[in-house]
Design a protein around this ligand. Structure first.
Ligand code: ATP
Ligand code: MG
Length: 219
């Protein structure tokens, strides 16, 4: 990809600018982008804000190039306050969980993003857009809520003190705005993070401490 500018290097993927209107998102550890492209097309058809998918081949996904910045960047630059960011995250959860599941026969199941945190929301001229659907699945909505809370909590227990404090505020603001997820769903979220290849050994060793910060209800 020497001829294309590297826009960003995430944990799972490198994102290259193809031209003014398209990016290439390439899985660094290989894998198939087709399932991610399909769930994006499904939620897009229902009016949910995602980048347009132009092509999915093996580890390569060609996507609409979004303008703007991530919600995290906006928060760190002081352009979005923690309460507004939490409102946005909660609204994106609610909208997603209003959609019917694609496959599950259980009427309680929904499409879940399972990585819906401030680095996977881009604030664009057409409004907030949710990226990075690699972990998407179907299941109970409170699993998605537990996952977002757990991811915020992971940052809150990280050694980077200023960022950890911001994440703690973010977690508290998010948790105040959503019904508490069931403890069983936090355990499911934890089990998924334990086997997530994007997490380092050090991050995995802090997962239990992070989970202890997430408010849950019985069940
Ligand atoms: N469609 C897009 N248009 C413009 N920029 C994008 C687009 N998709 C991703 N990016 C940029 O690339 C970064 C990484 O993207 P993405 O979250 O999809 O990769 P990732 O490797 O899964 O990231 P991580 O696991 O670290 O969250 C984003 O934070 C954003 O800055
Ligand atoms: Mg991401």
């Amino acid at each position: 990809m020497a001829d294309h500018a590297l826009l960003a290097s995430g944990r799972d993927a490198d994102v290259f600018a193809l031209d003014e209107s398209r990016v290439l998102r390439r899985y660094r550890r290989g894998g198939e982008t087709a399932p991610e492209a399909e769930v994006m097309a499904y939620v897009a058809a229902a009016g949910y804000p995602v980048p347009v998918v132009y092509d999915a081949q093996g580890p390569d996904l060609v996507l609409e190039r979004l303008d703007g910045e991530t919600l995290l960047a906006s928060m760190l630059a002081g352009r979005t306050a923690v309460g507004a960011a939490a409102d946005l995250l909660v609204g994106l959860h609610e909208r997603l969980h209003n959609l019917p599941a694609r496959f599950s026969a259980d009427p309680a199941d929904r499409v879940l993003h399972l990585d819906l945190h401030p680095q996977n929301v881009m604030l664009t001229s057409r409004g907030p857009v949710v990226i990075d659907w690699r972990n998407a699945a179907e299941g109970p909505a409170d699993l998605d809520v537990a996952m977002t809370a757990l991811i915020l909590a992971e940052v809150a227990v990280s050694p980077d003190a200023p960022l950890a404090d911001r994440a703690r505020d973010g977690l508290d603001a998010f948790a105040r705005r959503v019904p508490r997820p069931r403890a069983s769903q936090l355990r499911v979220a934890l089990d998924r993070r334990r086997v997530d290849p994007a997490l380092s050994v050090v991050e995995k060793s802090a997962l239990d401490r992070a989970a202890a910060l997430v408010p849950t209800r019985a069940g």
